[in-house]
Design a protein around this ligand. Structure first.
Ligand SMILES: Nc1ncnc2c1ncn2[C@@H]1O[C@H](COP(=O)(O)OP(=O)(O)OP(=O)(O)O)[C@@H](O)[C@H]1O
Length: 247
């Protein structure tokens, strides 16, 4: 059985995200200017662009980790003022606690039955039987799967991913794409994926936004069938070319 086949989640749905007339500067550097973006509930959006274009800044504003200078960032129609309880983040590094075993890393909120819940989340990402391992013995891909399980355990309605697969080898990355697509399809949380990898954006997203110098240079729908056949679809290649032209 593949990793993706192991997954049988319940649907939790997503929340819409809206940025309206957002301005964000660092000193004299204007990173986002009069920025507008509406992300419908449950959409899988990829944000691509050159380094320094403002992608991570955008994500931090949506997450409530940083505030806009002006304008509004809303989640589910309400202004974001701090980290929203239904939002989870994933970064390039898994950021696991090295002195805690895998199951403890996943069950970070120790509610009732936390072990059972964490065990189920680990099974969902294909890590059954690895509960008592230390993070140090896991591969990079396995660590990211633990981080994904930790994010999923709280049944988020929004998942924000900042280059989560950037450090993985090509085959592991494709395996992670399949897993994420399957989990997202089943649960329907709103997803924002920041990536430098145009092929990854087209393989996963419903919609790709190209961010250039703090503005949207391209906003394109990816209307390809799912599950996506990453390497075989000529329409995907054409979409990649259009996105690359705008980056
Ligand atoms: N806390 C900060 N203080 C000062 N400047 C910042 C801060 N955060 C980001 N910047 C600057 O804002 C600009 C946009 O940064 P951001 O990290 O959003 O870009 P990015 O598109 O995510 O880049 P990368 O793809 O390299 O991660 C960069 O010029 C960066 O140096």
């Amino acid at each position: 059985m593949s990793v993706a086949d192991a997954y049988e989640p319940e649907s939790t749905g997503g929340l819409p995200i809206s940025l309206s007339r957002v301005e964000k500067s660092f000193g004299a550097l204007n990173v986002l200017g009069n920025f507008n973006l509406d992300i419908p509930a449950g959409q899988f959006l990829a944000v691509v662009g050159r380094s320094g274009g403002g992608k991570s800044t955008l994500m931090r504003l949506v997450a409530g980790l940083d505030g806009a200078d002006s304008g509004r960032v809303n989640i589910g129609g309400r202004k974001v003022e701090r980290l929203h309880p239904s939002v989870r983040l994933l970064f390039q590094e898994a950021r696991l606690v090295p002195w805690q075993r895998v199951i403890e890393n996943v069950g970070i909120a120790r509610g009732p039955n936390w072990q059972e819940t964490a065990r189920r989340a680990l099974a969902d990402v294909g890590l059954e039987g690895r509960e008592n391992d230390w993070p140090s013995v896991l591969s990079g891909g396995q660590r990211q799967r633990v981080a994904l399980a930790r994010a999923l355990v709280s049944e988020p309605q929004i998942l924000l991913l900042d280059e989560p697969f950037g450090a993985l080898d090509a085959l592991t990355r494709i395996e992670m794409h399949r897993l994420l697509e399957r989990i997202w399809t089943a649960r329907g949380f709103t997803t924002v994926l920041i990536t430098h990898d145009v092929a990854e954006a087209v393989a996963l997203a419903d919609r790709v936004v190209v961010l250039r110098e703090g503005a949207i240079a391209l906003d394109i729908e990816i209307a390809l069938d799912r599950p996506r056949q990453e390497l075989a679809d000529p329409r995907a290649v054409d979409l990649q070319r259009r996105i690359l032209d705008a980056v």
